[in-house]
Design a protein around this ligand. Structure first.
Ligand code: GLU
Length: 424
């Protein structure tokens, strides 16, 4: 069977393989490794929603709570037709490691609804969101489990979640519950800088990488897969360094222009048309052509497991910065290593989102509003510090960056278990 026709591996299997590799390097106790190999709670809710036509439709929603040893469960809500229990389990575990890597006092969780938002009106999406939040009930909470945006969701959806939650808890507690959700709009308690945070964090990683290698980003080239919140913001912010976007793709197809594509105008186009396909001045290319494009940096910012063995062999870049969660198959990692393609792994590369979610949560808790400069300064400092920690750990232990990032997280989680013990 040609590689391209092989079914994608199960994302949860990939997450477990990554856990095993890192646990060896971190010296994680077998009991802790065992605990982390399953989430604490897996919740599935089936609920009816009235469609605009007057008919009722059933939806399946998930919330998986992987670990709360370091703080409340934290992680996004995904609206996508591919959402499944194993996908959400993998994503929830990556959130545990992402927060632990940064030493943020949060655990890991993830959820979502299996449906295609594109096929629904805004009014339907609002009713789906509110009914889902109601079905979750007290399984989320500002000190218990805190959702945020992910693929297919945004600030408006987070505000509907917050509002629904606030309206079912006690009247006098209403405002104390604002931080039950992060990634909200500015008017409803969101933070400056949250919307662009993941893209900004990616660019901090790329800038650090370039500085370490004395590589000039001005005049360099990059390609992006996925042009949602993460891909588009990363592209726009990276463009400020003088780097040029030469190929991009999404769910509908891939486009290229060796002379450069204007990310700002492309974002406006995507807002109107729903995809990058057909953007004026670009040539339509195939997926294999996209993966073989010669460029300096590749930012996967779509769904998981897009980089398999075939893609790893085809990629013609110096650096992969994982904007998506879990974009790389386990078998692809050694190929990238042999081909001397650097990889900045997801839990480091795309962690700007949860870092600023933490800032939003703190601002809500303290009834504060930090200005954009303050948020950006704190994010920059934390991203650079964690980037350096991963780079030093990888050098000291002679391991790749994926293992290093996860091992740092595992050491933190392991230390907490060692001190607290396992109940009873
Ligand atoms: N969904 C984002 C992620 O995968 C953000 C999570 C958050 O802010 O809690 O990291």
């Amino acid at each position: 069977m040609p590689e391209s026709e092989k079914p994608k591996p199960n994302p949860y299997t990939v997450a477990l393989q990554q856990l095993d590799h890192a646990a060896l390097v971190a010296g994680t106790l077998p009991a802790v490794r065992e605990i982390l190999s399953q989430p604490k709670n897996e919740l599935i809710v089936n609920f009816p929603v009235r469609m605009d036509s007057g008919e009722y439709k059933m939806f399946k929603g998930y919330r998986v709570q992987h670990s709360n040893i370091l703080g409340p469960y934290k992680g996004g809500m995904r609206y996508h037709e591919q959402v499944s229990l194993d996908e959400v389990k993998a994503l929830a575990s990556w959130m545990t490691y992402k927060s632990a890597l940064h030493d943020i006092p949060f655990g890991g969780g993830k959820g979502g609804i299996k449906f295609t938002p594109r096929d629904h009106s805004l009014a339907e999406i609002e009713r789906i969101t509110r009914r889902f939040t109601h079905a979750l009930g007290s399984n989320i909470g500002p000190e218990y489990d805190i959702p945020a945006p992910d693929v297919g969701t945004n600030g408006q959806i987070m505000v509907w979640m917050m509002d629904t939650y606030m309206n079912v808890v006690g009247f006098s507690d209403k405002n104390a519950n604002r931080r039950v959700v992060t990634g909200k709009t500015l008017a409803s308690g969101g933070s400056f800088g949250r919307e662009t945070a993941t893209g900004q964090g990616i660019v901090h990683c790329i800038s650090e990488w370039a500085r370490d290698r004395r590589f000039d980003l001005n005049g360099s080239t990059f390609i992006v897969q996925g042009f949602g919140n993460v891909g588009s913001n990363a592209a726009k912010i990276l463009a400020r360094t003088g780097a040029s976007l030469i190929a991009v793709g999404d769910w509908k197809g891939y486009i290229a222009n060796p002379d450069g594509i204007n990310s700002f105008k492309l974002s406006e186009y995507v807002l109107k048309k729903g995809s990058v396909v057909g953007y004026p001045g670009t040539r339509s290319i195939t997926r294999p052509e996209f993966f073989a494009t010669a460029a300096d940096v590749f930012i996967p910012a779509a769904l998981e497991l897009e980089i398999g063995v075939e893609e790893a062999k085809a990629l013609n870049v110096k650096l992969i910065v994982e904007g998506a969660n879990g974009p790389t198959e386990t078998d692809a990692d050694p190929i990238l290593r042999d081909r001397k393609i650097d990889v900045i792994p997801d839990i480091l590369a795309n962690s700007g989102g949860v870092v600023v979610s933490y800032y939003e949560w703190l601002q809500n808790k303290r009834s504060e509003r930090w200005d954009l400069e303050e948020v950006e300064e704190r994010l920059a400092k934390r991203m650079k510090r964690t980037y350096l920690a991963v780079s030093e750990y990888a050098a000291a232990k002679k391991c790749d960056w994926r293992v290093a990032a996860m091992a740092i997280a595992l050491e933190r989680v392991g230390r907490a278990y060692a001190e607290r013990g396992i109940f009873p």
